[in-house]
Write a protein of this length. Sequence first.
Lengths: 188, 170
Amino acid sequence: MEESQAPVMAEGGGEDKKMKVLVAVEETEGSLYALSWALDNLFTSASDVPDKTESLGRLVLIHAQQPLQHFMHPVGPCMTDPHHPVYATSSVIDSVRRAQEQNSRNLLERATQVCRSKLVEAEMVIVDGDPKEMICQFAEQMQADLLVVGSRGLSKIRRAILGSVSDYCAHHATCPVLIVKPPKGNHP
Amino acid sequence: MATEAEAAASVVGKSVMVVGIDDSEHSFYALQWTLLHFFSPAAGSSSPFKLVVVSAKPTPTSVIGLAGPGAADVLPFVESDLRKISLRVIEKAKEICTSHSVADVEFEVVEGDARNVLCEAVEKHHAEILVVGSHGYGAIKRTVLGSVSDYCAHHAHCTVMIVKKPKPKH
């Protein structure tokens, strides 16, 4: 159901609540917590519906894989001879790629488990590239109503050095962004 | 029946949602968006959230900057002006809530810097989620986060939702 983003809110029937929610899934605990938080608070319904997403919108999980170059480290003879480039053999590239894919699959499996345990059907997307950019791009492409990201609760300096996906998304996403913090240990 | 509802609310612990508003179109948009997506009447008899709308009223001293001997005279005028503005903001918020048929709302006006007011409100109400609009000061950058929403995103102890008013598409 396409809702036009007009500044004036249109009053409507039950269709209004349908939201397209994009949840960014990463290999951090904060990310999976963000997912379960979103499921608990965004996909609740008064009645017991077997598939909650049917009545409440679309849930899409997105996982961004870092580009492979990051995993290549020069080792061996090139250390002594700077003019001798090191190329990773194709078998090394393959196995790294496979490991990465396995990793992503496992992660999304866990995420699906979490969704299923809360009776929510989710779609899954894997993209290659810089996570923050890909997530924002995808949110725009699918015209998401809400983007959910976890947060590691880093300090300002660490955020600047390590880079923060949630920070980037908060600034650059065109849709509303929900930043879920890890629990501080005190539950209401 | 009343006690049952009360007990239910306190036992289930209806999560509190704090929405920060000020005298800007962006924050009213954020309030409307929130009401539309989280408090739709179609969601059943009740929404899982209890809504608390908080408006931060800047202190007169912060506005004037306490400069010069004449400041003391201007103070009462600035104070009444600010009070009028914050009342107007709350009135508009009330209108928006009623137009979305949301009755169970608390309204608060707290004096102080918006950043602190909102984070403290989160603590006070043990809020599950804080909703803020985003000003996007920059005409230069396509999307720039306002300083209040940025502060809250990093310092509030709960989930923060930043609602942006979409730019008109050409």
